[in-house]
Write a protein that binds this ligand. Structure first.
Ligand code: 89Y
Length: 321
């Protein structure tokens, strides 16, 4: 909401807020100068918005996307897109039928360090990518702000794996196969809270691991650490937002720490800044100046990779997504 407000000068206005909890809808609407609703159909009819930003949990995504698609030009839906491929596909189809653009709120690829890594890769700084390692390990109490995370049967892969696999696909292309081990480390949560995955791509390999139950000081949350090796060099994203570029000429270091938005705070600034970047991108899509990154259709493959990771862990074998 704060990022949308920041985009006011670029032509964005928050017209309505919808929440099943009327009190919350009112509080947010007042804070952001919008109208409050508890029924999304009533909101769409009253406001006829250009786009909607659906920030709910996955079980409600399909119904909301199907409701909104015929009435707006663009739909944003939070990650993970859906719990099942069937629901995700139906959402993509609903937007296609209605001629609405469909963007998944996937912000890791919009984080400053990864935007810079994409730039360097595209500029040929390290040659062809051959190996990517992504780590997202921490012991931050994510359950305090998102209590539902402690109760979902599928946790780390659906919550963080979606982000990381989106990055893996962005840097290495489609995965042909995945092998994954999951762990349940915190006895207070239902789902897996750690996983380690190996993905095979054409000419490249990815290693992705995440844990919500690691003791590390200083606490690295919510930083993703990365090593991307190419034929001619390596990009190494270290803790503290230090990007080390290794190539034939030697080594140089860039500070890729994002600024803290006026309404933001550390350690969330990397995410908050990426939300602003993502939402600015959505405005460009609405103006016809960009195509969705990532689109719902693209995100079907990330979901398939996540589900293949669960299957691999379940059966103890390599799986094709
Ligand atoms: O939901 C998750 C996300 O997307 O980033 C961090 C988080 O809030 C907790 O794991």
């Amino acid at each position: 909401m704060q990022a949308w407000r920041d985009l006011g000068p670029e032509g964005v206005r928050i017209a309505g807020v919808c929440d099943l909890d009327e009190g919350r809808a009112r509080t947010m609407a007042e804070e952001f100068g919008a109208r409050a609703f508890t029924d999304p159909a009533a909101m769409l009819a009253a406001l006829r918005p250009d786009f909607v930003d659906i920030a709910t949990t996955p079980p409600s995504h399909r119904a909301l996307v199907e409701l909104c698609a015929p009435q707006v030009r663009l739909v944003i839906c939070q990650k993970p897109i859906a719990d099942t491929p069937n629901d995700a596909r139906a959402m993509v189809d609903a937007c296609d039928r209605a001629g609405a653009a469909f963007v998944i709120h996937e912000n890791f690829r919009w984080q400053r360090p990864f935007v810079r890594m994409q730039e360097l890769l595209l500029a040929g700084a390290i040659g062809m990518p051959r190996f990517l390692r992504l780590n997202f390990r921490h012991g931050w109490d994510v359950y305090a702000g998102q209590p539902y995370l402690a109760t979902v049967p599928r946790l780390a892969i659906m919550d963080i794996g979606v982000h990381l696999f989106d990055l893996v696909r962005l840097f290495l292309g489609e995965a042909r196969a995945i092998t994954c081990e999951t762990q349940k480390r915190n006895p207070r949560v239902e789902g897996e809270d750690a996983f380690t995955a190996l993905t095979a791509h054409d000419g490249a390999v990815g290693v992705t691991d995440a844990s919500f139950h690691s003791t590390l000081r200083p606490e690295p949350f919510p930083q993703t650490l990365a090593v991307l090796e190419g034929d001619r060099g390596t990009l190494e994203l270290r803790e503290g937002y230090r990007l080390v570029i290794h190539d034939e000429t030697g080594r140089r270091e860039e500070d890729v720490e994002p600024p803290v938005p006026a309404w933001g705070e550390k350690p969330w600034h990397v995410v908050q800044d990426s939300v602003l970047a993502f939402q600015r991108h959505v405005v460009a899509v609405l103006r016809g100046q960009a195509t969705p990154q990532p689109s719902g259709a693209d995100n079907l493959r990330t979901l398939a990779l996540c589900l293949a990771a669960y299957r691999s862990a379940e059966i103890g074998a390599r799986v094709s997504p």
